[in-house]
Design a protein around this ligand. Sequence first.
Ligand code: PLP
Length: 429
Amino acid sequence: MTRPSLPGHPHFACREGELFAENVNLRELAAAHGTPLFVYSKAAMLSALAAYQRGFAGRHAQICYAMKANSSLGVLQVFARAGCGFDIVSGGELDRVLAAGGEAGKVIFSGVGKTRTEMRKALAAGIGCFNVESEAELDVLSEVALALQLRAPVSIRVNPNVDPKTHPYISTGLKDNKFGVAHEDALRIYQHAASLKGLRVVGIDCHIGSQITDATPYLDAMDRVLDLVAAIEAAGITLEHIDFGGGLGINYNNDTPPEADALWRQLLARLDAHGYGGKKLMIEPGRSLVGNAGVCLTEVLYVKPGEHKNFCIIDAAMNDLPRPAMYQAFHAIVPVTAAATKGAAEMTYDVVGPVCESGDWIGRDRALSVVAGDQLAVMSAGAYCMSMSSNYNTRGRAAELLVDGDQVHLIRRRETVEDQMRQELLVKG
Ligand code: PLP
């Protein structure tokens, strides 16, 4: 039996009872490379990108992949070769972009706490724009740029105070979030920016949150931002571009976010209605480009029946897949090989990792037929998993593979304990 694709994962399919990424059998990958193992589909990334490209056809637009979602070099390479720019939040991320062949001129630098060193590095590289998040940052950036005899291209991140109706930890456009400047202060802050000799005001930006599954907050945020564009330009400050951030959600658990092209058809109609359809557009999608392009393969170590709970203990943990522990997030968990699990009775399990924390769970109350040695795939693991992974409990980071048709590229070797201890020193004497 061939099931064409798994919900939300167009390039992952179950064929004859086995899970595939494009044309590659995931059981065979787990056997060859060990677990936990991240496997990404290049076609899935490019088809997610194509939805945005369709939405922007005929427009002056730049897609800047928000690389915090997954900053592995092999992933960045896919987007750099597809012509994307990048949204970065640290000097380290800029180094990664350049190492992966990305263009500095297509980089935008977001984040509330840029250091002077990071500003100097980004200016020297010639990045496209600094998305400034406070008035104090404007002053420092101007000073740093003047010292280099440069003018820094800036956009100011405006907080439209729109509720994206997502998890509070990934909601960023409300008044009490640390991000951006308040809508009511924005015009004055733009006037201040325009007066600083080390800056060149080029744009405006907003980002209201992540895993947004409804178009309404985007439309509301657009209205709020475009009102400001009118006020700023009326004050004599010309804006070359408008950046609407990222945030579009993916299907983790019967979520129904709009397709990127459908969302942008609506947003562009609104933009045209405000008379700004001719402006250069920028966006910063992360999760929606990579989230459902990746899975994490893991092996069942033990099943542990209990009086109140049954536990399925796997070899992946919160250090590999931090989203459930951080945001109570849901990842679907499916068998890699349906046949292997046939013998076991279906039971309800909490799927947990080996880390010594009660918060180390990957899935709760999941119906599974599993025995030790079975492999499972944790779905929707392309975004905010490897990039948020850690070495907690001295666990090495997992290996990563990029599948392209029937080819498999190792894009990250499994981290050894020697790798982990390399920077550490014993006290002498
Ligand atoms: N842009 C900024 C400024 C962000 O903070 C984020 C993530 O929080 C993104 C873009 C990417 O968001 P997402 O992965 O939800 O598309």
